[in-house]
Design a protein around this ligand. Structure first.
Ligand SMILES: C[S@@+](CC[C@H](N)C(=O)[O-])C[C@H]1O[C@@H](n2cnc3c(N)ncnc32)[C@H](O)[C@@H]1O
Length: 348
């Protein structure tokens, strides 16, 4: 027994327990508008913040104490202040680094804990639609800032000749579209194109339709409940998979169906969680978050479907490339990347 190593490990675990507790605190602060009420960056007392947000003053002070102890807010002379950088991450859902909405995904992992225990004792299956609904809204809110920051500005332009087609009027499939965050963003940017979102989760399709209507793009973005292997539309210039291929039981079958649904010279854009090919290369903060989420969500969903390949959220480029080559695509290349995402382009 090495006491130094034990103390180091206990320090790490205490830090992680604090982080887990703080994610619950972030969800509460986000829902109550506490961060947004501090977004002006001015120092505020606990009582003033409580009055601004109609919250209980004693609990608001305790919430602020936790935020200050975590470095989320500053504390000076009895007043608390949300610095501009923290406001970007916690108060401004238009910002590319807004992460507070994503904390809700973590809540669903705790809420669905018993279902995972059963899956791990059984056949490993836990379908996407069997999660607590906050999984669906949390996923939308976690991914949307990244899509808003990167999709039109850099990911689509990184594909060979695709933006020109979108500007002139193209036909695009968004497979596994969830709440349609990516579909709506593309439909807003390319009004001459037509967008078709497909997802096997009916409730998500209904929400996607609402999102398109709210954004004023329902005329060019339509959504259909369908699996990645059965949607009947075709003749697409571009088929997209946003953070969903690895969730599927049969990714090769889904890629093969995309191949059939594409026009000649059509393109697939595959957006996946950032990962290297080997576990040893993914032992980092992003990798550990995705492996943990993958245990609760992505892999059991894949095991709930036919084939049940179980790629996992840290599949990495080599395994993803293999999926597309097996499905009949002739080329796969890395078009772009961010700390959270890997963007692959595959041509027919
Ligand atoms: C992690 S979510 C991503 C949703 C959306 N693309 C986004 O980026 O916000 C994965 C989505 O894949 C969908 N999905 C999983 N397996 C599917 C399949 N076999 N066919 C169609 N959709 C599937 C789920 O219902 C879920 O909406």
């Amino acid at each position: 027994m090495d006491d130094t190593k034990l103390h180091e490990f206990m320090g790490k675990l205490v830090n992680d327990m604090g982080g887990a507790a703080m994610m619950a605190s972030v969800i509460v602060g986000e829902e109550l508008g506490l961060y947004r009420a501090m977004a002006d960056g001015l120092p505020v007392t606990a009582d003033d913040l409580a009055a601004r947000t109609s919250c209980n003053p004693r609990l608001t002070r305790e919430w602020l104490n936790a935020q200050a102890a975590s470095g989320y807010v500053e504390y000076v002379d009895g007043r608390f202040r949300l610095p501009a950088e923290q406001a970007m991450a916690l108060a401004n859902d238009d910002s590319p680094v807004y992460i507070a909405g994503g904390a809700v995904v973590l809540a669903s992992m705790f809420l669905d804990k018993n279902k995972l225990v059963d899956a791990m004792r059984g056949d490993g299956a836990l379908a996407w639609g069997d999660h607590h609904p906050c999984m669906f809204s949390g996923t939308e809110r976690f991914f949307r800032p990244g899509y808003r920051a990167n999709l039109v500005a850099s990911w689509l332009p990184a594909l060979d000749g695709v933006v020109g087609k979108l500007e002139q009027g193209a036909k695009i499939a968004d497979v596994g579209c969830g709440h349609g965050a990516s579909t709506v963003i593309m439909a807003q940017a390319y009004p001459k194109s037509r967008f078709f979102g497909f997802d096997s989760h009916g409730a998500s399709i209904e929400t996607a339709r609402q999102r398109a209507a709210e954004a004023g793009v329902a005329d060019r973005a339509q959504f259909t409940e369908a699996s990645a292997k059965t949607y009947s539309d075709g003749d697409f210039d571009l088929v997209c998979f946003f953070d969903c291929l690895h969730d599927m039981g049969d990714p090769v079958g889904a890629a093969r169906h995309a191949h059939e649904a594409l026009k000649p010279n059509g393109t697939v854009m595959l957006v996946e969680p950032y990962a290297n090919d080997r576990l040893e290369e993914n032992m980092n903060p992003v990798g550990r978050m995705f492996y943990a989420a993958s245990t609760f969500v992505c892999t059991p969903n894949s095991l709930s479907q036919e084939v049940g390949l179980g790629l996992g959220a840290q599949a990495g480029e080599a395994r993803l490339r293999d999926v597309f080559l097996k499905a009949g695509f002739t080329s796969v290349r890395r078009a772009a990347e961010t700390p959270f995402n890997l963007i692959l382009e595959s041509r027919k």
